[in-house]
Write a protein of this length. Sequence first.
Length: 303
Amino acid sequence: MAEVVTIVMATRNGAAHLPEQLESLAAQSHRAWRLFVSDDGSTDETLAILEEFSRRFPVQLVRGPQQGAAANFLSALCHPDLPPGPVALADQDDVWLEGKLARGLRRIAATPGAGPLLYAAESMLVDADLKLLRASSANAAKPGFAAALCQNLFGGHTTILNPEALALVRRAGVPEGIAYHDWWLYQLVAGAGGRLVLDPRPMARYRQHQANALGGSGGGRGAGRRLAQVLDGTWKQQMLAQARALQRVADLLTPEARHQLAAFLAAPAAGPARALALHRIGLRRSSRAGTALMLAAACLGRI
């Protein structure tokens, strides 16, 4: 009997692109799935579209906290009505490739070890009309907790959590004051010593449009947003907010991760001493150039 996957989707006024995403779920080669939607107070046709879809496929709808996308996703993962088992996250405005769920489950099953596991795949970045822009790439990045303190490699739009990872997320609860739910999932699973699986094959069409919180890496618009966030101090504050949230659930982390987290939070605020401290902890980006720029920004107190 095929393993049932719960697809968790957070919605808010997504009617413009939601039908295409729902049809891509319906077309999955892995047929054993159900949809769990947390809606954050949509005022467009989102709820009507979901109701129509529920006539053909199993859909459970709950009310979101209306505190942003990160809180909406994480509250859904911690919702008491969410069924146990593996969970796949889905954005409301993307399009999955037909074999996404099946491939993710195969990769998870083929990964040795036990305990929490987090999976994510690459994407084909497209514009609002699904015209191909480029493919995403994590380069030769090696995921790990120290690296997770400064960069997210696990895009939520392709993420799958095994049951143990979901249980870990539920033990941690919904953190306050963080900007990115997918970054939090990566940090939490990595910090708990879980397995991290990055799939190099693109498995989703990831829409890039003005409503994206940040957008995919590698493009001019996304790079521009990231640079602006570094220069105005936003990225540093987001890094610190995520780290402080991890500190509040430090009992879930390994001793090594707790040590790295404490060293990160105790690092000098700026100057070469900060760059040296981050280097010693093991903070790194997915490319050498990115790491060099990060350390330069640390010297200036921007990271």
